[in-house]
Design a protein around this ligand. Sequence first.
Ligand code: ATP
Length: 138
Amino acid sequence: MNTFLLEIVTPEHLVFSKQVNSLVVRGVEGELGILPGHIPLVTPLQVAPLSVKVNGETITIAVHGGFVEVHKDKVTVLAESAELPKDIDLERAEAARERAQRRLQTRSKQDEIDHRRAELALQRAVTRIKVSAGKGQQ
Ligand code: ATP
């Protein structure tokens, strides 16, 4: 059987748990494709869509930071939050995107921390909008 178990876990719940054929994640060092038998590794993830192939079908999931751990027969994604397309509230994500864009435009030079927070909020919102629209495939 040419599959491995993928589990996507957040502090709140188990978002996804299935045998899958392959997985593509955006790690901090770039895109990473994982097939069955991949060497074990642990790497931090960016805020980005993750795409997974199950029986020839591609599913995208919004993953907000965290880590991927590749074990022999199992891959675990531990993320601060993660949503399947059907669970994304598009209006909420659009409102979050506008709020973040406003903050980025009106910031003063002193508040670098707020700027970083707004950038991350914008990335989360854009990732949710892409995944919700079915455009998260890499
Ligand atoms: P917002 O400003 O709208 O709260 P956020 O990016 O600050 O967005 P997070 O802190 O990443 O939100 O997430 C908090 C919780 O809300 C998580 O459980 C996350 O899955 C959920 N969540 C956030 N935005 C959405 C959305 N647009 N649709 C569905 N669930 C969402």
